[in-house]
Design a protein around this ligand. Structure first.
Ligand SMILES: *Cc1c(COP(=O)(O)O)cnc(C)c1O
Length: 383
């Protein structure tokens, strides 16, 4: 095995971005400052949204967004079992109860047709995930939310650059949270941002993000233009640094190219694997959308493959190719089973997908040669 290990994901960092990070480090201002302000403005422009709040991670972004919605104990948030644990953890940490509905077998997104029957008097928020970067049906989602008077928090960790009917995720709706973790569509090492059109929610998130500090509260009672501040609630420490923003400014400029390459590679898998009996490939919805292909996740057909997903991942690893698992069903983790009484069989479609799903290598700097190598190895495993 002379060939180098091929990871399932790898960040793509340009020289311009590296130079900007170095300039920042040499500038004398490395935490939240001018580069975060510049990145914030670039994101506002990108999303055409009035309020964008960069934060240390999408996890904290989800948590702060839910806290700012003032949920009370017993309040319910409806989400999907096919997501990273952070989605449910944020709900619990915000003091609410996660209520799950099963997924759509084709798109792997939350089945919006099941949401209405999961709504109770305690439901406050619908929290869908744009899985793999495929937008949920936003028209249907907001119809339900408006009908029942619910807030919407879109976990858009996979979905910067994705579009629904010609509009970017983040350019309309209630609240979106994006991730800039190294495996995501663009990175700031760790990081994320919250996007909203709700000014008072944005102001509350801004306080929660930084010690509960409110400069305007001081200004109301104090001298004009003072640097002083008031602490109006016990806040967190979730602000992004200028070093991260230095990277983010360039990643955002390069994002369209990243998404285009992700689409080429995903389409290459879709075509190459289309008649393999070993796989059930991702299916796309009828509505117009731009997929960002954060991950490419076929489901293994165990009988035809002669092996299960875990065995496939092991064999690939032995052949020097990395794969990812996104995700194991969150409701079956010990904490969620114990705290909320979830059991195997509760969400059969999600559980089936979670048993069979695998993320094949896909990242913007992946070459056609590397892509061929993945397909060749897969071919040799099954034939
Ligand atoms: C990555 C991810 C998160 C958390 O993002 P971080 O920036 O790592 O905190 C949340 N939800 C989903 C669906 C994710 O994939």
């Amino acid at each position: 095995m002379s060939e180098e290990f091929l990871p399932f994901s790898r960040p793509c960092i340009s020289q311009a971005a590296i130079d900007e990070v170095v300039s920042c480090l040499q500038s004398g201002w490395i935490t939240t400052g001018p580069r975060v302000a510049q990145f914030t403005e670039a994101l506002q422009h990108y999303f055409k949204a009035p309020h964008v709040l960069p934060v240390m991670s999408a996890t904290t972004g989800l948590h702060l967004s839910l806290l700012a919605m003032n949920l009370e104990p017993g309040d319910e948030v409806i989400t999907t079992p096919l997501t990273f644990a952070a989605t449910l953890n944020a709900i619990v940490l915000a003091g609410a109860k996660p209520v799950l509905v099963d997924i759509d077998q084709n798109t792997l997104n939350m089945d919006l047709n099941l949401v209405a029957s999961a709504i109770t008097k305690r439901t406050r928020v619908i929290l869908p995930v744009h899985f793999a970067g495929l937008s949920v049906d936003l028209t249907q989602l907001y119809d339900i939310a408006n009908q029942f008077g619910l807030r919407v928090l879109e976990d858009a960790a996979h979905a910067i650059g994705s579009e629904y009917q010609g509009e970017r995720i983040g350019s309309s709706g209630d609240v979106q949270v994006f991730s800039f973790h190294p495996n995501k569509n663009m990175t700031t090492v760790e990081g994320g941002c919250i996007v909203t059109r709700d000014q008072s929610l944005a102001e509350q998130i801004a306080r929660l993000r930084f010690h509960g500090i409110d400069r305007q509260a001081w200004n109301r009672y104090g001298k004009n233009g003072s640097q002083d501040f008031e602490v109006v609630l016990p806040g967190y420490k979730s602000n992004m640094t200028d070093v991260q923003a230095a990277l983010g400014i360039h990643q955002l400029r390069e994002l369209a190219g990243f998404i285009a390459r992700r689409n080429e590679l995903a389409n290459r898998y879709q075509e190459a694997l289309s008649d393999w009996p070993q796989w059930t490939l991702p299916k796309l919805p009828q509505y117009a959308h731009l997929h960002s292909w954060h991950i490419y996740t076929p489901l293994i057909n165990e009988k035809a493959a002669g092996m299960n997903r875990d065995q496939f991942m092991q064999v690939m690893k032995e052949r020097n190719i990395g794969t990812g698992l996104h995700y194991r069903a969150v409701h079956l983790y010990p904490y969620y089973r114990q705290a909320f009484g979830f059991n195997p069989g509760d969400f059969p479609l999600a559980e089936d997908a979670c048993e069979r799903i695998v993320s094949l290598p896909l990242f913007p700097s992946m070459t056609d040669g590397e892509h061929d190598r993945v397909l060749d190895v897969m071919y040799s495993i099954f034939n």
